[in-house]
Design a protein around this ligand. Sequence first.
Ligand code: FAD
Length: 457
Amino acid sequence: MNTNVDVVIAGGGIGGLVTALCLHKAGFSVQIYEASQILKPLGVGIGMRSHGTKFLYELGLAEDLDKLGIRARATQYYSKNGQFIHEELRGLEAGYNWPEYLVHRGDLQLLLCKHVLEKVGKSSVVLGHKLIGFESFAEHVEVKFLDRSSNEIVKKSAKLLIGADGISSTVRTILYPDEGPPVWSGVAMWCGVQRVDKLFLDGRTTLLMGNLNRRLVVYPINENSICWFCHVRIDGPGVKLHKTADWNTIGRVEDILPLFEEMKTDFLDISNMIRTTEKVWEFPVTDRNPLPKWTHNRVTLLGDAAHAMYPIGGNGAAQAIFPIIREVRPAFPMEDTVTIGYNVADAQALVQCFQRYGPTVEALEEYDNIRRGIATSIVNSNRQGGPQQVLKIVDEHSPNGFKDIRDIISKEEVDAIIRKYNRLAGFDLNTLNNEPNVFPNDENKKEYTRDDKQKES
Ligand SMILES: Cc1cc2nc3c(=O)[nH]c(=O)nc-3n(C[C@H](O)[C@H](O)[C@H](O)COP(=O)(O)OP(=O)(O)OC[C@H]3O[C@@H](n4cnc5c(N)ncnc54)[C@H](O)[C@@H]3O)c2cc1C
């Protein structure tokens, strides 16, 4: 059968769009089918850590990212009583060669879509097409979509199908019909974006406050907006989901305001921020149990569809955008999932590997072998709190506050927790800075170096 595209991607979220951009850049033809009829800037904020930025820069987004978001400088950890625990430098300030960005999630999605339309082609993103089924044949996969404007079923063929259709993935449900809904952590999250005249602290810092049962995260997403997330444990992990994991559910300020009234800082009026936010959303913090396999013949999963994880460590989006070609590389020994980190020193080999295998089942199998174990480790680590274990330790040892944080936890212990997570999640400083580019001969690439950093300051 003649198929006119190599890869059909179901889902035009951050994972699907970046995958389209990089596959196109590597010379493969791609087509995205997105269920929504209009792409609107939905969501709140998202952190794009340096490993994600590195790749987005290679894809030509450097200048646009600078215009869109905020270059993060640091994350500050505070106890629930507002006592300072630790400052973790981020991006260039931490020594990475690439910044970390804090952006509005919807703005990032629209920016990526603009790049896909410009580079891959005007017809490369088909909106209003919801994947409802597929069938693999010897040489191709036939994918069925519901065209939501005509209500007709449309069939498309490709060599491969990538399910990048998010946490409630239809592709995943078809592959694992008995799995059920996402797994609820027992934590509910309220979030919103507040317009401000002035950003708090230096305008490039994330505030992380509380403990693993009640936690506040606030960060700037552009020059005049900050976004906030209030996490509240209301049940134990693994209980049946009380609400669907839908980012469009409206939340009520009254439900959370009393719970966060005692959290105070001298640089941000937290109660006022929550009270004056125009729209508040509520979302149950969910993830997915790791799967025994992502690739099934000509079909695979990517991003949240494959490994939805708790929003901890500023990692969800960056994990999704680790592109498929970068994940296809010769297997390396998994000695210990924590120490292995994300060694992408062989990124160039990955591209060659994909080019060697072509858009084939072998390529998808290799992707599954390499990537699934690492993603599973991150999902599991996030269930334990990831780097936010620091908050847990401090809270358990000093529920009523402390005189000196060093009586509770040493700087070395904090650094070790954060470093361990960074290695696991693929942003170990030295490893990342020394990795070759995925597209090493690209003349258009723009990299920010220490010199840029000095110029900025
Ligand atoms: C509306 C929305 C708002 C979000 N807001 C935030 C936020 O504020 N902060 C945060 O940290 N994370 C947010 N997330 C999650 C975050 O975007 C992801 O965790 C991360 O970016 C991984 O992206 P992904 O592409 O794998 O999944 P997603 O970003 O979820 O994208 C999946 C895409 O697939 C589409 N889709 C679903 N089913 C089908 C189907 N059957 N056929 C075709 N297309 C389909 C969806 O419409 C969506 O566009 C949000 C997700 C969504 C969908």
